[in-house]
Design a protein around this ligand. Structure first.
Ligand code: CO8
Length: 258
């Protein structure tokens, strides 16, 4: 990987581990960081060595939001003309499964970015919130739309209108995260799951990810049709043949990503 200023990227077996690296700014997501994140995730997506991605911060903060200092002096025409933060959505075009491992604060854009990932695991000290209202603004990277889908209207309204943070256990109860892990084990536990995901056929994992994410865009009838087409398309792969033959022949499948 290239050298980055705002993130660290390491290979862990078949998993790419991306770590935000602005500890003095609570990993606030400045423009440069998002550019680097987009660049590296695209690179990983095209690299057959990798089957999944883990995104994390440090033990104090996953990310405390968009960089307030960068936004502070911008005017309405400026943010509209440059389509500020629109490129954050690029993360949702990545085909490989992405797991967010959240220790500490995931606030504003940091929380929104975690919700763009496919799975969220939380450390025991995680705190999630959309405090934009306390800054006189509102979430702008999908927070209002993804939170209601994750937790329902009343809780989404409560979190966004009050700007108050919820802790890891509450996030688990709300179904926002899949599990809560001791802080120091979080990254290792997440890497284990990511490695398991990466051990299967990549095109099949990409189809699963795409099909589940499509459910957030379309209704049930269209969604079931979409899924069926994706299911049929697995019959065009070698890996589908291999997976079923291996089952019948009582052996371990060997995936070729074809
Ligand atoms: N942006 C810039 N700098 C930040 C940010 C941030 N989001 N968060 C923290 N920092 C900086 C602080 O300014 C401080 O810098 P310095 O040392 O120079 O004073 C340093 O990080 C350490 O922070 P604190 O001293 O505040 O640390 P604490 O442990 O006391 O508090 C908190 C930690 C609770 C995380 C606190 O820093 C905080 O409340 N941060 C801001 C959280 C927030 O409001 N986030 C939402 C930002 S808005 C947003 O994300 C909108 C995105 C969508 C826009 C879409 C437009 C299209």
């Amino acid at each position: 990987f290239s050298t980055y200023n705002f993130i660290n990227v390491t290979q862990k077996g078949k998993v790419a581990l991306i770590q935000f690296n602005r500890p003095k700014a609570m990993n606030a997501l400045c423009d440069g960081l998002i550019k680097e994140l987009n660049q590296v995730t695209q690179e990983i997506d095209g690299n057959p060595e990798y089957g999944s991605i883990v995104i994390t911060g440090n033990e104090k903060a996953f990310a405390a939001g968009a960089d307030i200092k960068e936004m502070q002096d911008k005017s309405f025409p400026q943010v509209q003309n440059i389509q500020m933060l629109a490129s954050w959505e690029n993360l949702t075009n990545i085909k490989k499964p992405i797991i967010a491992a959240v220790n500490g604060y995931a606030l504003g854009g940091g929380f929104e970015l975690a919700m763009m990932c496919d799975i969220i695991y939380a450390g025991e000290n995680a705190k999630f919130g959309l405090p934009e209202t306390t800054l006189g603004t509102i979430p702008g990277c999908g927070g209002t739309q993804r939170l209601i889908r994750a937790v329902g209207k009343s809780k989404a309204m409560e979190i966004t209108l009050t700007g108050e943070f919820i802790d890891a256990q509450t996030a688990l109860n709300y179904g926002l995260v899949s599990k809560v892990v001791p802080v120091s084990n979080l990254v290792d536990e997440t890497l284990k799951v990511a490695e398991k995901i990466a051990s299967f056929s990549k095109p099949v994992a990409a189809l699963i990810k795409d099909t589940i994410n499509e459910a957030e865009n379309i209704g049930l009838r269209e969604g079931v049709k979409y899924e069926r087409k994706a299911f049929y398309s697995t019959f065009a792969t070698q890996d589908r043949k291999e997976g079923m033959s291996a089952f019948v022949e009582k052996r371990k499948p060997s995936w070729t990503d074809n």
